[in-house]
Write a protein that binds this ligand. Structure first.
Ligand code: NDP
Length: 485
């Protein structure tokens, strides 16, 4: 990758600089070095992108599902062919271990395109016969130009999770990746050009959220917004779009409970809980950040969990043997550290970690944090209520199923939860009462892309995945035909 590579916007099938000519430095968080620059786009770039998407829409929306599916599969194939280059770019942008980019992020981006290429071929709509009176059939037509806005934690993975269903459904797209992780989205634009995607069907505008992102949300030509990011940003988007009655899909933050009952399969639970706590430095919206443990096994769990987490290797994300890389940025590093401080002030006991890790060599200025485990906190304290989004978990003992549920449901969030028990009746009962959109029983991050994905309460509005995503990007139109008897 050449140093100081200049990233460009992808508008109307071409790579273009921002109208203002201004660029933003792009840092590798593991080294703190600026290694590329990205467009500081504004409303005029977004307007250009929306107009090119509008121009492309009539033809793209009517070209047929088969043609769109073939193109999506071509894009998937090209990403797969360049998997190693994509994985390296993802790691340099985000600080995540290269092994994770290689086995999770990029393969999932490939699957997203393939999944929706297949999905659109099977997407059907309803018909209702009123015998002797009328036949109703429902058309599912693409909403028009869709805005897709994604975060930095799983950059290409989440970017394509939105773009693929939108394109499959026949929408044209104006998309913005996080300004912290623009590189793989830039590489995707080149792939789309190579794949022969018609001009204007997908437009990628880089820049700050409160400028380029906001312009996408406010543009009257954008009919639907699919957003993944923080709850505060989601709220701003909901406010900014309310007066235009745009369709909204908001995937936001979480404070996920991981509930461990005494009758669980201890070894399986332990191995998965280490992953669900610290994968991607805890920067996955689905990570379990509050670990609720049956008091009968609390001490056993605590000892074993600390022992296992201690073994995680923090270091240069390009080192194949590393489990944990750097967090995304200096600002985020300070945010995470301030949550650890607040936990200490609230009486928390640090069982493991709690500090910055200094790495030698090229990563000496990177933002590395030890996997951190804290106990002794009230479930209502700040760190047990607010999203940290870092390698930090708290342990909370519980006496009964009711108490576990009360603690689990006591935050404003409702994204995901994990339940560990061998008692199937209990698992079903708890799953029914827990307030999260996703429940994993005796597992974590097992994803079937056909299932509805999203959160309740302050974690989300709407669902992604499978038919839900294709329904979101289409408008239902009922046609009632009178039967003359
Ligand atoms: P942000 O909310 O800060 O940003 C998300 C995206 O929105 C970025 O592209 C950002 O741009 C953009 N943005 C920021 N402000 C605006 C605005 N006013 N109008 C339009 N767009 C805007 O989230 P993070 O990137 O920090 O991501 C972390 C958050 O994402 C966590 O809360 C996490 O839980 C959540 N998340 C949720 C998931 C889910 O499925 N529920 C999955 C993954 C993450 P820029 O960054 O360039 O400023």
């Amino acid at each position: 990758m050449p140093k100081q590579l200049k990233i460009l916007n992808y508008i109307n099938g071409k790579m273009v600089p921002p109208a203002s000519g201004r660029f933003i430095d792009n840092l590798n968080p593991a080294t703190s070095e600026v290694y590329s620059r990205l467009p500081d786009s504004d409303a005029s770039d977004v307007d250009l992108a929306v107009r090119s998407a509008e121009k492309a829409f009539p033809s793209w929306s009517c070209c047929g599902a088969e043609k769109r599916a073939v193109l999506l599969n071509t894009i998937a194939g090209l990403i797969e062919k360049n998997l190693e280059e994509f994985a390296l770019a993802e790691t340099n942008d985000s600080g995540k271990p290269i092994s994770l980019s290689r086995i999770l992020d990029i393969p999932r981006a490939v699957s997203n395109f393939r999944f929706f290429a297949s999905g659109i071929r099977h997407f059907a709509s309803e018909s209702h016969l009123m015998e002797g009176v009328s036949l109703n059939y429902t058309l599912r037509q693409p909403v028009g130009v869709a805005g897709c806005i994604s975060p930095w934690n799983l950059p290409l993975y989440l970017f394509t999770w939105k773009i693929a269903p939108a394109l499959a459904a026949g929408c044209c797209v104006v998309a913005k990746p996080s300004e912290l992780t623009p590189m793989t989205a830039f590489m995707l634009s080149k792939i789309c050009m190579d794949a022969g995607l018609p001009d204007g069907v997908l437009n990628i505008v880089h820049g700050y959220g409160n400028k380029a992102g906001q312009a996408i949300c406010e543009h009257p030509g954008v009919k639907a917004i699919s957003f993944t990011g923080g709850t505060a940003t989601g709220k701003m988007i909901a406010q900014a779009t309310a007066s235009q009655f745009k369709k909204l899909s908001l995937e936001m933050g979480g404070k996920n409970p991981n509930i461990i009952f005494a009758d669980c399969d201890f070894e399986k639970m332990l191995e998965t809980t280490v992953r669900s706590s610290f994968s991607n430095q805890g920067q996955i919206c689905l990570c379990g950040s509050r670990i609720l443990v049956d008091e009968k096994i609390y001490n056993r769990f605590k000892k074993a969990f600390v022992e296992q987490a201690k073994k995680l290797k923090v270091g240069d994300p390009l080192d194949e043997s590393v489990d944990s890389g750097s967090v995304i940025s200096r600002n985020h590093f300070h945010k995470i550290m301030s949550y650890i401080e607040s936990a200490k002030n609230d009486g928390g006991k640090i069982l493991l970690g709690g500090s910055r890790v200094k790495i030698k060599g090229r990563c000496k200025n990177g933002y590395f944090i030890e996997p951190t485990i804290i106990e002794g906190l009230d479930p209502g304290c700040k760190i047990n209520q607010e999203e940290v989004f870092g390698p930090v978990v708290t342990l909370i003992p519980f006496k009964s199923e009711d108490e576990a549920l009360q603690i689990a449901n006591s935050t404003l969030y409702g994204l995901a939860s994990m339940i560990w028990t061998q008692d199937i009746t209990r698992a079903i009962r708890v799953a029914q009462r827990i307030q999260t959109g996703i429940v994993w029983v005796n597992c974590w991050l097992v994803r079937d892309l056909r299932t509805p994905f999203g959160g309740m309460k302050n974690s989300g509005v709407g669902r992604e995945g499978g038919w839900e995503a294709l329904r979101f990007f289409t408008e239902a139109k009922n046609v009632c035909v009178k039967i003359h008897g």
